[in-house]
Ligand binder design. Structure first.
Ligand SMILES: [Zn+2]
Length: 482
């Protein structure tokens, strides 16, 4: 989505100034307000003019409501041009779709949650167009973008117009959510896949750093994130979720919320570094600093009226109200420390793989106060893939093969980390805890026959059983790799 409204240079400079401290809430407020101002006059101008082409059709509709946003997805046959604006009392968002047939109904939509009251048609300015009105229960920030067919690995042949209505003041992130759902048994069933949230840094009005040849960090981060997502989705037992799938703005605070919402096992945020001089180069990996973790903890406790709500079932054993906060802090501190330790461990794994595909600026994990890394129960790391301000590294980052190598190195590290310590309740944990499958060799059986029967390779069989040759003895016991 291209914003045709031009940012005042002053604000653009401000964004550049803050590009790597974008955790700073001031930036997010500034960018938010710019975004809100511009959305009123935004026109999606990325797609060629389709006037004169046959009328576009809406072929499917979906609605969902999450803690921090409501989402309406329209599947359309062709690219779609749109404009939109917000109105007050009552709060509503009006969307005009150009050259789209209005012969579809919203009555089949199951509108859940508490953000949207009603979605309806209204009279468009031109007969060719369709006007949609979304009546909301409070002021929500609209965010619209188009996904092209198969752009995110989905098998849909249609374009998708995604309309997201973001709650500017969402309820606080729930902590200990996975614990309480396990114990009470009425929470969502744990996905058996290991879920990795991949966060492409920056986007939309926030370009991130800009290289000397004019390369935008936001494009590099999205490309690498998608490459990493593809590798993860190809792996059985793992699933990737992208925080953004196109070029649009997401506030720094919203990114960890996505990890919480997805019940993620890991959040990886992808960035490219920049400096005021061209010399610095190399990658680095970052975790949340202890100070920030502690202040996040304080903030979470402040936000919650009763700290027992944070503790879930643990609160039942803490009856003395005076000591409650102390216990809450201690338990949450331990939890924060644990997830910081896991993040640190994973960072080391990533560094050990990344250094074979790129120079490293820092050889040990670094820590900083970054909003994106504050999901309370999710190990979170931020990877700087190189300095976009260094002309050679900018060139490298523009090379798809180099980006793929970076994505591969992150993938290998993440996979190794989860092989060692698979999260509870996942397929990988189950496989790891299973008793080994054994096979007693019978007459006429060979390594290749057994490999085929158990769906493994001959090489894996040999490695698992430390076999030096292909010969098997009758009654020899082999361990079948999982
Ligand atoms: Zn960045």
């Amino acid at each position: 989505m291209k914003q045709i409204a031009v940012l005042p240079t002053q604000k653009a400079r401000l964004i550049t100034y803050y590009k790597h401290t974008w955790c700073n809430t001031r930036l997010s407020q500034i960018v938010n307000s710019i975004f809100i101002l511009t959305t009123i006059i935004v026109v999606n101008s990325m797609f060629p003019n389709i006037a004169g082409a046959s009328q576009n059709k809406v072929v499917d509709l979906r609605f969902s409501d999450a803690t921090d946003l409501a989402r309406l997805v329209l599947e359309v046959e062709q690219d779609v041009k749109f404009t939109y604006f917000s109105l007050k009392s009552p709060d509503r968002v009006v969307i005009d779709l150009q050259n789209v047939n209005r012969n579809f109904k919203f009555s089949s939509l199951n509108i859940t949650g508490n953000k949207v009251d009603r979605i309806r048609h209204s009279t468009p300015k031109s007969k060719q167009d369709t006007r949609i009105v979304i009546e909301t229960t409070k002021k929500l920030d609209p965010r619209l973008f188009v996904l092209s067919p198969n752009s995110d690995g989905s098998r849909s042949d249609n374009y998708r117009l995604v309309i997201e209505l973001v709650d500017p003041n969402p309820p606080p992130i729930p902590i200990m959510s996975s614990n309480s759902s396990t114990i009470s048994g009425d929470g969502p069933i744990r996905d058996k896949d290991i879920i990795v949230v991949i966060d492409a840094g920056h986007g939309g009005v926030d370009p991130g750093s800009i290289g000397p040849a004019g390369t935008y960090e936001k494009h590099i981060t999205l490309s690498i994130s998608k490459m990493l997502a593809r590798r993860i989705n190809e792996e059985k037992g793992m699933r990737a979720v992208l925080t953004r799938e196109g070029d649009y703005y997401i506030s720094p605070n919203e990114r960890p919320r996505i990890a919480v919402r997805e019940n993620a096992d890991l959040l990886v945020s992808v960035h490219a570094d920049a400096f005021t001089t061209p010399q610095p180069r190399g990658g680095s990996v970052w975790v949340l600093s202890k100070g920030r973790a502690d202040s996040e903890l304080g903030r979470l406790l402040e936000q919650t009226e009763r700290s027992s709500e944070l503790l879930g079932p643990a609160a039942e054993v803490i009856e003395d109200r005076d000591t409650e906060r102390y216990f809450a802090e201690t338990i949450l501190n331990m939890s924060m420390d644990l997830f910081r330790a896991l993040s640190y461990e994973l960072s080391n794994e990533i560094i050990s793989d990344m250094k074979s595909v790129t120079r490293m600026h820092k050889k040990t994990p670094q820590s900083a106060s970054l909003a994106v890394l504050t999901a309370p129960e999710t190990p979170s790391v931020l990877v700087e893939v190189g300095f976009i301000s260094n002309p050679q590294e900018e060139k490298n980052l523009l090379w798809a093969e180099h980006r793929q190598r970076l994505a591969n190195s992150m993938f290998t590290a993440i996979k190794r980390y989860f092989k060692k310590t698979p999260p509870d309740g996942t397929l990988w944990a189950k496989l790891k805890n299973q008793a080994p499958v054994e096979h007693k060799v019978k007459s006429g059986e060979s390594l290749s026959i057994l490999a085929q029967r158990y769906g493994v390779s001959v090489k894996e069989l040999k490695v698992q059983n430390q076999l030096k040759s292909d010969l098997l003895r009758i009654n020899q016991v082999l361990i079948i790799p999982q």
